[in-house]
Design a protein around this ligand. Sequence first.
Ligand SMILES: NC(=O)c1ccc[n+]([C@@H]2O[C@H](COP(=O)([O-])OP(=O)(O)OC[C@H]3O[C@@H](n4cnc5c(N)ncnc54)[C@H](O)[C@@H]3O)[C@@H](O)[C@H]2O)c1
Length: 243
Amino acid sequence: MKLSAVVTGAARGIGRDVVVRLRGAGYRVVAVDVSPAVADLAEDGWVVPMTADVAADATPGAVVERATVEFGRLDLLVNNAARFLRRPILETSDDDFDALFATNVRPVFRFARAALPHLARSRGCIVNTASISGLVGVPNQVVYAMTKGAIVQLTRQLAVEWAARGVRVNAVAPGAVDTGFMDEARSADPDPAASLAVTLGNHPIGRMSTPDEVARAIVFLASPESAGITGTILSVDGGYVAR
Ligand SMILES: NC(=O)c1ccc[n+]([C@@H]2O[C@H](COP(=O)([O-])OP(=O)(O)OC[C@H]3O[C@@H](n4cnc5c(N)ncnc54)[C@H](O)[C@@H]3O)[C@@H](O)[C@H]2O)c1
């Protein structure tokens, strides 16, 4: 039996490594990203790339339908797409707030809602990408942190509500990961190197995680190895929240 997955935010970073790991584990994958670079992942009969904005109303339904039509089943949803915003509250507009929730939260809810009936049939899983910012306070990330806190709670809520139907729902909470994700915010700092040093100093491991380290945690939470785990937020943060 070939398993099938949907991964959002798959064009680069953590999402891309999740697709590669899932492919290695024998999954067929619908890989979604707003960036056309997701097309590079195409592999006949195995990886179907879709260029789409997760925030668009039609996207979750269309993606889930594509996976079930193409592969006949859905075993895993990885809600990973998000944008970063480092901005203190007094500089954060209503539009900033609405735009970040529209990208980081609403699609996670809508993808889950579209996928859950299929996951109940396959006794499948959802793995969401949260963040340490959804678990502890991190300066100047107020709205981003709120979006990740919402994902943490959605994860727990769906885990409790769907356990009896055989669906497990977990999340990973990465600390700083070596992707392009925060580079833009950091490059706007007066001293990006000093800002990076502060970030690394907050991680006992003394370095950023690699995207593949996060991807491996996501694949673990999707695998039978974690059959007894649901509603868990697994930190992949080099010890950040342990301090
Ligand atoms: N990099 C970090 O330090 C870090 C830390 C904690 C959590 N995270 C989380 O990890 C996840 C992946 O981040 P990453 O580091 O791989 O970042 P990344 O920027 O390398 O990758 C994110 C991908 O999501 C896509 N994306 C963004 N908005 C989208 C939209 N509206 N529709 C479809 N695709 C969209 C981007 O095009 C990109 O390919 C995110 O949820 C992020 O919040 C990252």
